[in-house]
Each structure stands twice: as C-alpha cells, then as structure tokens.
Design a protein around this ligand. Structure first.
Ligand code: ADP
Ligand code: MG
Length: 350
C-alpha cells in the first residue's frame, strides 16, 4: 500500500467551471478513504487526476515517496473501478479478468493461476467460464473490482462503484468491499454522494463542495462535529438553528435559550446550533442540569428499529429519534417535554 499526497490542486474546464479550487489532502497507506459530496463538486475530476486521465492546471501529486505529477497513467500503480462496469459483455469472466494481465505481457500459465486466485478471492470461482452478460449486476460489479485488483496496484480508485445497484445488494457489497480492502491492506480512494455509504465504509472521509475540501475526518468526527453548516446538512442533519445571540455558556435560537457546555464557546457570535435527533429525550422528568423544551408531536414515523418524531417547538420544527424499545409511543398532537443535555449541543460555523 502507498500513501497519497495532493498539494494545491486546481482544475478548470473552459473559462467558468472550476472543478477543483485548491485541494490539499494526505491519504495514509492502507486507508479506506472516501471523497463525499454532491453531484458536480469535483469528485470524479479528483479521481481522474489521481489516475492520470486528467491533468491539473496547478498543483502536485505524490504516491508513496514518488512525485507522479508528470507520470503517465500506466506507470502510476493506480487502478480504477468505475460505476459503469466497463467489462467486455460478450467475453467470459476469465477473459475479462485476464485482459489486464495480457496487456502487461504476463505469460499464460501465470495468468491462469492469478485469475483462479482472484476469482476465489471474490467468491466467484465457479463462474469463471460464464459470459459477463449472463451475470447479475452485483456479480458484474465484483468482476470489475477483481479486474482492477488483479494487477495489484498500490492504490485503487473507486468512482461510485455501487450506485447502480439496488439497496440490498449495495449493503452487502459495502461490507464485502471493506473486508477485501482490509484483507489486502491496499489504499482505497472511494467516491460517493451518499453519506450513509461513506460513514459505514470509510476510515476517513473528505467532504467536498464546489471543488473545495470542507472537512476531513473519521465518520464520527464528520457526523458529530461538522465544521460548518454545509457539512452538517450534507451529513443529513435537519436540526440546525441560527444562533441569534450567545455568551459563555448559552445560545439564543428560535427554540429559545439553551445552556451549553462552556467548551463549545466560540469567538464568533453567529453560526448554527446543531442538535442530533438521537440525543433528545422525550417525555418524563427532565434531569438536573438539562435544558427543558416543550413541543407538540406533529408527525410520527415508524422506522422499525427506531421511531422518528417531527416536533414543533416555539413554532419551529425539531426532529427527534427514539429507539424502538417498547417505551411509550407519543401520539400526534401530544404535548411532550424534551430533555436536552448541554454536552450534546454543538456549535457549527456558518
Ligand atoms: P462529481 O464527480 O463530483 O459529480 P465532476 O468532477 O464530474 O463532479 O465535475 C466537476 C465539475 O466539472 C462539474 O461542474 C462538471 O460539469 C465539470 N466537468 C467535469 N468534467 C468536465 C469536462 N470534461 N468538460 C467540462 N466540464 C467538466
Ligand atoms: Mg462523478
């Protein structure tokens, strides 16, 4: 496995489209690293620059201790898996897998051995004779992955490889892909626009917006402590409230005044208050030291393992999530007390 170091990457298309606007990033050797962001934020451009398929306007790239800024694609020890499988549909699994090895001039006997090994590894050993157009979507995606792995690159780039699959299969391949990466100890740079996928798979995530990295961190860092409102919203947070006034240990928002941990003190007055829905307690007594809010249940969504509530507090919407452990359900139109622990409140920059 190799580390990756990107410095000052800029890329424009035409006069007006800025795809990358100064990207600095270090990816550790053996890391499962994910680029996460909305469509058009520059994820594919960044991968293509890493692969050598696109040239940056400015900046430099290193893989391991080699500067590869001017290295042609086939000499970078990088391979890519795309969303579209890019397989030869009329060829067998075996021929698809052997293709890259043949291009490298690897002799037949060795090719056979490697194909057998990798097919076993991805648990498709009994399908090697089958034509690719006779395989399911999930099987094809595993073949595409195997074909990229077979040349043993130091770095594997994956551009939304699971996006075309249905939810069940996708979840299964998320786990499988992660297991394969850990077993091989290879550096994976994975691209997705799906924050749940990013959180479940990654060692670390970089959140991109408009060609700029907004935050780099572990899934829990990015989810629990987003650095700004964009990252918070993109990670799926609904409970963001504009801070109108603040002091050492309290903030005023549309919800009212809330006490928070003095560690959350910020020099800037404005910004946002983030409340994670799973930190709210509904009903019952409010523990000492907690904030107390009162709300009305406007909507209740049964999600099986959990119950989601849309509450109205002081005329604004507050989302809460309770685990479905057989505690009393609150009904629509119920008035409920809401306990908010000061330590669970997070201030987020604008
Ligand atoms: P993502 O993969 O995050 O959806 P891309 O890297 O594909 O984003 O695109 C970033 C921006 O650059 C978008 O505005 C896109 O339209 C533009 N772009 C990407 N590739 C090209 C290209 N070959 N020619 C012109 N514009 C491009
Ligand atoms: Mg893309």
């Amino acid at each position: 496995a190799s580390s990756i170091d990107l410095r000052g990457l800029h890329k424009r298309f035409g006069k007006t489209t800025i795809a990358l606007d100064g990207v600095d990033l270090t990816i550790e050797a053996g890391e499962f690293f994910t680029l996460l962001g909305p469509s058009g934020c520059g994820k594919t451009t960044l991968l293509r620059i890493l692969a050598g398929l696109e040239e940056p306007d400015a900046g430099s790239l290193r893989i391991g201790d080699r500067d590869i800024t001017d290295t042609p694609p086939h000499k970078r020890s990088v391979n890519t898996v795309f969303q579209s499988y890019a397989l030869f549909p009329h060829l067998s699994v075996r021929d698809n897998l052997a293709f890259g090895l043949r291009m490298q001039g690897i002799p037949l006997e060795q090719r056979k051995a490697k194909v057998a090994e990798i097919a076993d590894f991805i648990q498709l050993g009994d399908l090697v004779e089958r034509r690719v157009d006779r395989l399911s979507g999930g099987q094809r995606q595993r073949i595409a992955l195997a074909r990229a792995l077979i040349c043993e690159p130091n770095v594997l780039l994956l551009d939304e490889p699971l996006s075309a699959l249905d939810a069940g299969l996708r979840g299964q391949l998320q786990v499988e892909l992660q297991r394969i990466q850990k077993r091989l100890g290879m550096t994976f740079v994975f691209v997705t626009h799906d924050q749940d996928e990013a959180m479940v798979m990654s060692d670390r995530i970089a959140v991109l917006d408009s060609g700029i990295i907004q935050q780099v961190g572990t899934p829990s860092e990015v989810y629990e402590h987003p650095v700004n409102a964009f990252v918070a919203r993109f990670m799926g947070h609904d409970n963001l409230f504009a801070i109108q006034r603040s002091a050492d240990n309290w903030v005023d928002t549309d919800l009212g005044r809330l006490q928070l941990d003095p560690a959350q003190q910020r020099s800037e007055q404005q910004g946002w208050l983030l409340i994670r829905p799973e930190t709210l307690e509904l009903g019952g007594d409010v523990p000492a030291g907690y904030n107390r809010l009162e709300g009305i249940v406007k909507e209740r969504l049964y999600r099986g393992s959990r119950i989601e509530y849309r509450l109205e507090v002081n005329g604004v919407t507050l989302m809460a999530v309770a685990s479905n452990l057989g505690q009393r359900l609150h009904a629509v139109d119920d008035r409920v007390t809401i306990s908010v622990c000061p330590e669970d409140l997070v201030r987020v920059a604008a």
